[in-house]
Ligand binder design. Structure first.
Ligand code: ADP
Ligand code: ADP
Length: 224
């Protein structure tokens, strides 16, 4: 069975705007899927619903068979999200932010894992710094560390390389590659076709709240 199953998903925001107009999609375990589309296409809305932080208006999303609305406690332990911006308390330390994130995802403390994540992302020497003391790039690294704090089976990256420097971009793809090798399912959003082409197995093209097509990368490249 697919690890993510989305059926007839719609989202209208409180102001009446229809951000998603009936999305159907299955994602297999271990694949890297890129959601490609321009700004405003509905990419962030879609991954926010799968991650359980925005409620759908209608339709269903199952993650490993669990409904993301009704069974949020089960799905939150499986999912890690790297959002575009840091909303965490700026006066907290890197170590506390990342450790706390693990607890929020319903996992028991594991300092050895937190240390590994921080070392992998070159954040170890910043572990006692407050977030407000970090550069923009370091804050992006903290976002990735938070998303990996609880050893998720599915990782979402929202516009991961927008405004990111070359070093971080390389580090990010190294981390993604290692996660892929360990069987983690990865979904990223992007408006760069090169990015989708470079790392994804499959690409979904989204625009105006509709998934226009979903293709293996090689098949897609012959169509564009
Ligand atoms: P929901 O339907 O999920 O309750 P709301 O319409 O109440 O969502 O909006 C949630 C938040 O998003 C509010 O803080 C609102 O100001 C903000 N918001 C409203 N319009 C937009 C928009 N066009 N783009 C991004 N954020 C928006
Ligand atoms: P993308 O990630 O592809 O840029 P989004 O999912 O962020 O697209 O947004 C899709 C559309 O929904 C945009 O037109 C955006 O302005 C609108 N939107 C996003 N959040 C809200 C909100 N809370 N309230 C109203 N409109 C929103």
């Amino acid at each position: 069975a697919p690890i993510i199953s989305i059926r007839n998903l719609t989202k209208s925001y409180a102001n009446g705007f229809e951000a998603l107009k009936g999305i159907d999609l299955d994602v297999e375990k271990g694949e890297i899927l890129a959601l490609l589309g321009p700004n405003g296409a509905g990419k962030t809305t879609m991954i926010s619903i799968i991650c359980g932080i925005v409620n759908p208006s209608s339709g269903q999303v199952l993650v490993a068979g669990h409904d993301v609305v009704k069974d949020f406690r089960a799905t939150r332990t499986m999912i890690g999200l790297v959002p575009q911006e840091l909303t965490t308390d700026q006066f907290e330390t890197v170590w506390n932010t990342v450790s706390f994130s693990r607890g929020l995802h319903g996992k028991k403390p594991n300092p050895a894992h937190i240390e590994k994540v921080l070392r992998d992302l070159s954040l170890w020497n910043k572990k006692d710094n407050m977030l407000r003391e970090l550069s923009g790039g370091m804050k992006r690294r903290v976002l990735i560390a938070k998303a990996l704090s609880h050893e998720p089976e599915i990782l979402f990256l929202d516009e991961p390389t927008a405004g990111v420097d070359v070093t971080l971009r390389k580090d990010m793809w190294r981390v993604v590659e290692r996660l892929r090798e360990s069987g983690v399912t990865i979904i990223l959003t992007t408006h760069y076709i090169e990015e989708a082409e470079e790392i994804a197995d499959r690409v979904g093209v989204i625009n105006g709240g509709k998934l226009l097509l979903v293709e293996d990368k090689t098949a897609l490249m012959t169509k564009l």
